[in-house]
Design a protein around this ligand. Structure first.
Ligand code: NI
Length: 155
């Protein structure tokens, strides 16, 4: 496993639409392992492959609920409700801003064995899924924020 370099806003990789994964090759498995390691090291709750420069539809999420989630070719099939809260991104370091997202989402995806599954999420997990899936279409949260991103207050 290895920690990969996180691309920062302005990097072309973060503006691209990513390609679907056809097969989980050893290379893809290694990428996923590296994405977890990179996310944990940066103390993030989610990371999308384009954030480490790979234009594939792969996301890892861990909202510290004891349930790390690997999403390959994910698609949101249901959205409901609304939540507005501060959001940050490892590609926009030290900043955050208010973003409105659905309170509930159902997301269909494939796991590392290319088995299809559906995750029903609410709250922070729903927010994380929406945020990370946006990355796969080249969208960063400042485009959707209700305000200019501002510095995270140090405590
Ligand atoms: Ni992000």
């Amino acid at each position: 496993m290895a920690i990969r370099t996180i691309r920062i806003m302005g990097d072309e990789c973060l503006k691209k639409k990513c390609k679907s994964v056809r097969e989980v090759t050893p290379r893809v498995r290694e990428l996923i392992e590296d994405m977890y390691e990179t996310m944990y090291e940066a103390r993030g709750v989610g990371l999308a492959a384009p954030q480490v420069g790979i234009l594939k539809r792969i996301v890892v999420i861990d909202v510290m609920d004891g349930n790390p989630l690997t999403l390959i070719n994910p698609e949101i099939i249901y959205r409901g409700g609304e939540q507005t809260d501060e959001e940050g991104c490892l590609s926009v370091p030290g900043k955050c801003a208010l973003v409105t997202r659905p309170m509930y989402v159902h997301c269909r995806a494939f796991n590392e064995n290319m088995e299809e599954f559906v995750v029903e999420a609410e709250g922070l997990l729903a927010r994380a899924i929406c945020h990370e899936l946006d990355h796969l279409d080249g969208i960063l949260y400042p485009e959707k924020a209700l305000e200019e991103p501002h510095d995270v207050e140090e405590e």
